[in-house]
Design a protein around this ligand. Structure first.
Ligand code: NAG
Ligand code: NAG
Ligand code: NAG
Ligand code: NAG
Ligand code: NAG
Ligand code: NAG
Ligand code: NAG
Length: 505
């Protein structure tokens, strides 16, 4: 079991469960900023799509945050610390926004969370928090629910074009587990999903798996998630459904993904199950040789009246079954008229096969490129149109650090915060070093440095090109005070505070 340390600290998890933190993967440090993002190990063998990489990191990660980084290992923005997941660019009112889960992640073997979805604008200001506060929930027995503010789980935060968001929730409740050999008065983790108005938090649609147990019986999950000792108390509920994605069809119905049923379900507007696409047997479909299991991130593309393209992240591995089949991105054509599924493309890197036991996603990019985030294996891979891997970015050891989802996206960031600066004198060398950065700013190209003997007597001492997240200037003078100014095309200049120069570097 992997521990989420934020969780362990908050909930006082027994010491016996707390393993030593593995901090051996290298991270970057800066003089002007406290941020310490992972050092990305990047290999490229072809053209990649434009845009930055967006990802979260947890488990043994050095700093729990979300990151925007470039393909050249340059930090663009790091968020304040927190157990944050599912970080990406989406659109609200036609404008790009950043969204991510912020809350309490409960580690495997549970693997769900309690929190809010934050929505930030281009200046990184928090503009909306999507939350579920007044639905009647019960948390995992070992957790004090006063430690969080909302019941939204980390698995989903998909924004629709109607200004709504699709999110998930986990409710610990009682159920009769005797049909799968568990206790009659057993405990279960029900999976819910919602469609919520982003601006008002009004719940527009609400669905629970337990409410539809007649159509989705417990027996069907048992082969993939044996009941074993689960279900005897509320600290150890049978987490049978494990919802991990929600997407919406044009007609207002939904497709949801269940990890342990190895299935995708189409949910009608009245909540009933229209069809099941099961990754081993097909369910209501003929699979034509396709197989998937423990999948994540089911997405609808190119929808027509009776067909659509479906993309999933096929883990094909879990704690129950692992190490046999490698993880793949799967693109399928689903024909609703003939109830046939046919393969469009599989995405995997034959030179680096991955076995991801949890999490992960597959994102469609322009020009038929695809990006995959590998969840329990902290790697991001981009594939070109013909399915060849053209980039791998790694930010931790496999199974040591994890990232729920990773994305690539263009982004223009215009922070409201000021550029940051640190400065020191190289002892005995009559030389002042000035370190400057501007967290989240993407448009500045140049820095101007001002320095002098007092706060009121600053003159320009250097102009230099931005060379990365942090740019360093060496001024052949002993300055007492410095200030920096970031410049770029079409942006307001960013001016730092005036700071005293430290006496020794
Ligand atoms: C951290 O994990 C890596 C990969 O599993 C391993 O090689 C290394 O020895 C571990 N370091 C510590 C301090 O546990
Ligand atoms: C959203 O929640 C965060 C974290 O609690 C808080 O800092 C922020 O101000 C909230 N934003 C809004 C718009 O309420
Ligand atoms: C959670 O379970 C409780 C107890 O069974 C039930 O009363 C409540 O309605 C459920 N909440 C949700 C959001 O489904
Ligand atoms: C709950 O059940 C599990 C599995 O049977 C057991 O290990 C655990 O001690 C129980 N916890 C409590 C609080 O009773
Ligand atoms: C799953 O299998 C892979 C590949 O054999 C291995 O690296 C990984 O440690 C396994 N994970 C678990 C949780 O057993
Ligand atoms: C796929 O693209 C790669 C990189 O552009 C190229 O080297 C390879 O030959 C292509 N493969 C096929 C089957 O077209
Ligand atoms: C430091 O360098 C500046 C600029 O070259 C010069 O004016 C000044 O005299 C030097 N100071 C010392 C102590 O060497």
């Amino acid at each position: 079991m992997r521990l989420n340390y934020a969780f362990a600290a908050l909930c006082g998890l027994q010491a016996t469960l707390v393993a030593a933190k593995n901090t051996t993967w290298p991270w970057q440090t800066f003089k002007s900023s406290p941020h310490e993002p992972p050092s990305l190990k990047i290999s490229k063998s072809g053209l990649t799509s434009p845009g930055y990489l967006f990802f979260d990191q947890s488990w043994d990660a050095h700093q729990y945050s979300v990151f925007i980084m470039s393909d050249s290992n340059e930090l663009v923005w790091q968020s304040p610390p927190g157990d944050l997941k599912g970080f990406r660019v989406q659109k609200l009112d036609g404008k790009p926004v950043l969204t991510y889960f912020n809350g309490l992640g409960v580690p495997e073997p549970f693997g769900w969370g309690y929190g809010i979805i934050q929505v930030l604008d281009e200046s990184y200001q928090s503009i909306y928090n999507v939350s579920v506060t007044n639905d009647n929930y019960k948390a995992l027995g070992s957790i004090d629910s006063s430690s969080f503010v909302s019941w939204i789980d980390m698995h989903e935060n998909t924004m629709t074009s109607d200004g709504t968001m699709l999110v998930t929730g986990y409710n610990v409740t009682q159920a009769d587990l005797s049909s799968v050999g568990g206790p009659k008065n057993g405990w279960i983790a029900d999976s819910l999903f919602y469609e919520i108005d982003v601006k008002t938090n009004e719940i527009l649609f609400r669905w629970s798996a337990l409410d539809h147990i007649d159509q989705i019986p417990l027996e069907n999950v048992q082969p993939f998630y044996p009941i074993r000792d689960w279900g005897h108390n509320s600290s150890s509920p049978y987490g049978y459904f494990h919802i991990n994605s929600v997407d919406k069809f044009q007609d207002g119905t939904y497709i949801i993904s269940s990890r342990y049923y190895c299935s995708l379900f189409k949910i009608a507007k009245d909540g009933s199950v229209d069809w099941t696409l099961q990754g081993q047997t097909g369910g209501d479909f003929a699979l034509n040789g396709i197989k998937f299991s423990y999948q994540h991130d089911a997405r609808i593309h190119y929808e027509t009246e009776d067909a659509f393209t479906l993309s999933i992240f096929d883990n094909a591995n879990s704690d129950v079954q692992n190490g046999t089949d490698h993880t793949e991105g799967l693109l399928m054509n689903v024909n609703l008229a003939t109830r046939e599924v046919s393969l469009v493309q599989t995405l995997h890197d034959p030179r680096d096969e991955i076995f991801s036991t949890s999490q992960g996603n597959t994102q469609m990019l322009p020009r038929e490129h695809k990006l995959m985030g590998y969840g329990s294996n902290p790697k991001i891979k981009e594939y070109n149109a013909n399915g060849t891997c053209v980039m791998t970015a790694q930010f931790g050891f496999d199974g040591v650090i994890s990232s729920y989802r990773s994305y690539r996206s263009p982004w223009v960031g215009v922070p409201k915060t000021l550029p940051e600066v640190f400065s020191c004198i190289e002892q005995g060398r009559n030389k002042t070093n000035v370190y400057m950065s501007w967290n989240g700013a993407t448009e500045h190209k140049q820095w101007k440095v001002f320095g002098g003997a007092s706060r009121s007597d600053l003159k320009p001492v250097a102009v230099l090109r931005k060379t990365g997240f942090e740019t360093v200037a060496s001024i052949r003078e002993s300055l007492r005070y410095v200030q920096v100014e970031a410049h770029g095309l079409g942006i307001q200049k960013g001016v730092s505070e005036i700071i005293p120069v430290k006496s020794g570097c």
